[in-house]
Design a protein around this ligand. Sequence first.
Ligand SMILES: [Zn+2]
Ligand SMILES: [Zn+2]
Length: 288
Amino acid sequence: MWTQDYDLHSHSTNSDGEHSVEHVAKLMAVNDVKNWSLTDHDTIAGWNDAYAAAQKHGINFIPGVEITCECGLSANSDELELRNRDRGSKSWHLLAYFPGLIPNDARISTFAEWLIPLQNNRIPRMRKMIEKLTELGMPIEFSEVSSKAGGSIGRPHLAEVMVEKGYVESKHEAFELWIGDGLPGHVIQPKPTIQEAVDMVKKCGGITSLAHPIYYGIPPEELVEYCFDSGVDSIEAFHRSHPDDYRYELWQYCKEKSLSVSCGSDFHGQSYGQTPGSMAIPIAELCF
Ligand SMILES: [Zn+2]
Ligand SMILES: [Zn+2]
């Protein structure tokens, strides 16, 4: 049995999405999503709005967050080539879900406090990146970048300003030449390990799913093994960017290890040509 009622990965202006929480909820409902999770990067700032918006649109909201972690394993070049990727991403993203958690549960504040240093670091890091770019002959003001960010400030906002100022032709070029991982305008951000994040989420009553594994360049069997050993509950096998054969392969290895799977459009906004929903997933192995 398959369902298309779930979209468990989306972003709002509380991180690097382009729409308000209310608008994301509306688009989810319009696209027949019945169970929706907002998973902004390293913040739960959108949860209250999301509960209200979901109720208004008659859908179920599952509180979520996408935690930026250290890489669990180093990328394998054959696997990267097989999946047509230039390089493995410099961080792994762990989705955390708190189904059934009531809004004033004390564990939410424990979790929110744990997230604070991860977010606070975003501002000093952005200032350092701006400094580097200014030294490289691309002067930018912090206020120009912060005005693009509704909540959690990030590199996509910086890239937007770089395009507007004519330093690069596109956001893609900004990442490829200057602000991508390890490039001259980039500043490293300290991150929790997958294990640390898993332990924290569990302590607070949540479950975890490894987001968009195709970006990491790890052969599926090895990846599932790693998640199993680290106590990750689920794998986002059904991510929008995964081709069918990759989804299937991951799903089979997950079944072998009794790990569940999750699905997500990773919706960031309509101007990226993205639409939420229509994520087919087998009910039997769904993470909840
Ligand atoms: Zn991600
Ligand atoms: Zn995401």
